[in-house]
Write a protein that binds this ligand. Structure first.
Ligand code: FRU
Length: 482
């Protein structure tokens, strides 16, 4: 791996474009050291430190997999990167060490993941040509892994399930281990044409090694054709299913991205579509995973990206040898019948300094920004990040928030890489906004996390301005970094 990696690096250096010199590197978000990142995996707190693994393609800025990356942190915001601890190196995972999760028990870390195999040949890779195996490794330090053990193979999935079965999330409840897997079930419309259905499989085990199918949850009426990255957890007495349905039809103010990511409450309604809510209304959010901290908080980290977006928008980091990052870790709470999502409290303990705006403006060139706006009472408010010609504008009024890269003529600003606009609404009126900007990523939290927007933004340093207009009381804090 090192040779190919070095060759790629030499080539970029020759062209004067390096990851290190890229102005879009972030300060507090998990990024690929080089190449591509997608889903967060194996999130956990282990022996006092936070571990985040991730789908990682160091050899290609366009993905394709091959590794789990690994980083470690004491505060969930400053991360140290380690060597990739898992690679595609056995027959069961030769085409991908796909997503999975961690379980910490008795001072050991257990990592569950999917081994992906795509047989060479003319296959559809849905009904034929793919092998999805659920695997386990153990570790005492989070870095050195035991031999890979096969837990479940194609022979263990129900008859109606296609070859798409992946992303094990494992938890322990009442002395029993449970594993939820995302799946694509074979199904047909009344006219006989194929219309597959997304769903989940839940297995249970007394010992983490022998697994029995407990439940297959595939809705009567299709809600997307495939569900990826499922996660089941309890939050303040509620049973939550988080998952990523693919194939939902876009509506004007819902399901605006190519694939969705949201949650349903499994309390007393077993049809996930009825209670489904999107986790995030921005352009760049998918495949989140949650974990519980030692102090009992439920934390969620998502991928600040979406698969298969090459045709709609771009990331302007590609030519510098890297692509995508993860979201800030957010803490979940349950209020007013839904989940609220706010950045972890550790964010406020970073070295923030109060900053004064001049006529509502501020030049943030080398800063990480925190803009808190209170007392909005539904009045019109907007903040522009960028210049008049090249900006993202965040507008809030009544119950509606919009983030937009479009100018009055409807043309898309360069800093969005082709992104247009996204809309979301709160149930009452907008009272507050928290906007966090870390170089090339913006996260907007409306009404204390009732609604969240995550988006990448690619402003060169001279264009990094901010302009506030409208109601409420705003306070700006910054962290200066050269
Ligand atoms: C979601 C996903 C997962 C899979 C992984 C492969 O983005 O497609 O279902 O395990 O990415 O990288």
């Amino acid at each position: 791996m090192k040779d190919a990696f070095q060759r790629e690096k030499d080539e970029r250096e020759r062209m004067g474009r390096t990851v290190e010199s890229c102005p879009f590197r972030t300060n507090y978000h998990i990024m690929p050291p080089v190449g591509w990142i997608n889903d967060p995996n194996g999130l956990c707190q282990f022996k006092g430190e936070f571990h985040a693994y991730f789908q990682y393609s160091p050899l290609s800025v366009h993905g394709g997999g091959g590794y789990w990356g690994h980083c470690v942190s004491k505060d969930l915001l400053n991360w140290d990167y380690r060597e990739p601890p898992l690679a595609s190196d056995i027959p069961e995972d030769i085409n991908g060490v796909y997503s999975g999760s961690a379980l910490v028990e008795d001072g050991r870390m257990y990592l569950f993941y999917t081994g992906n195999v795509k047989l060479p040949g003319d296959y559809d890779y849905i009904d034929a040509g793919r092998i999805s195996t659920q695997l386990l490794v153990e570790s005492q330090d989070g870095q050195q892994m035991s031999a890979k053990e096969k837990l479940l193979g194609m022979e263990d999935y129900p008859q109606d399930i296609t070859q798409h079965v992946r992303d094990p999330k494992v938890w322990k409840e009442d002395g029993v281990y449970h594993m939820v897997l995302g799946a694509r079930a074979r199904a047909w419309k009344e006219d006989g044409s194929r219309q597959d259905k997304g769903g989940i499989l839940i297995y249970s085990s007394p010992d983490k090694r022998h697994w029995t199918l407990e439940r297959e949850l595939v809705p009567q009426k299709a809600f997307g054709y495939m569900w990826e990255c499922p996660d089941i957890f309890r939050l303040e007495g509620h049973r939550v299913l988080s998952f990523c349905p693919q194939g939902l039809e876009a509506q004007e103010e819902k399901f605006q991205n190519i694939y969705q990511s949201g949650y349903s409450l499994l309390d007393d309604n077993e049809n996930p579509e009825d209670t489904f809510r999107e986790w995030d209304m921005g352009f760049d959010f998918y495949a989140p995973q949650t974990f519980e901290t030692e102090d009992g908080r439920r934390i969620l980290i998502g991928w600040a990206g979406v698969p298969d977006t090459e045709r709609t928008h771009r990331n302007l980091t590609v030519e510098n040898g890297w692509q995508h990052c993860l979201t800030l870790p957010t803490e979940l709470s349950f209020r007013e019948g839904q989940i609220f999502r706010m950045p972890v409290r550790e964010i406020h303990e970073l070295g923030w300094e109060k900053a004064e705006t001049k006529d509502g403006g501020y030049d943030w060139r080398d800063c990480t920004l925190k803009l808190q706006v209170n007392d909005l009472k539904g009045e019109a408010f907007q903040v522009r990040l960028g210049t008049e010609e090249n900006a993202m504008t965040i507008r809030a009024e009544g119950n509606k928030t919009e983030i937009s890269f479009l100018n009055p003529e409807g043309e898309a600003a360069a800093c969005g890489g082709g992104r247009g606009k996204r809309i979301g609404r709160v149930s009452g009126r907008i009272e507050s906004l928290l906007v966090l900007v870390d170089s090339s990523i913006v996260e907007v939290f409306v009404n204390g996390g009732e609604l969240v927007f995550t988006s990448r933004i690619y402003l060169e340093k001279p264009d990094r301005k901010l302009q506030i207009q409208g109601g409420g009381s705003s306070s700006l804090a910054v962290i200066k970094k050269a």
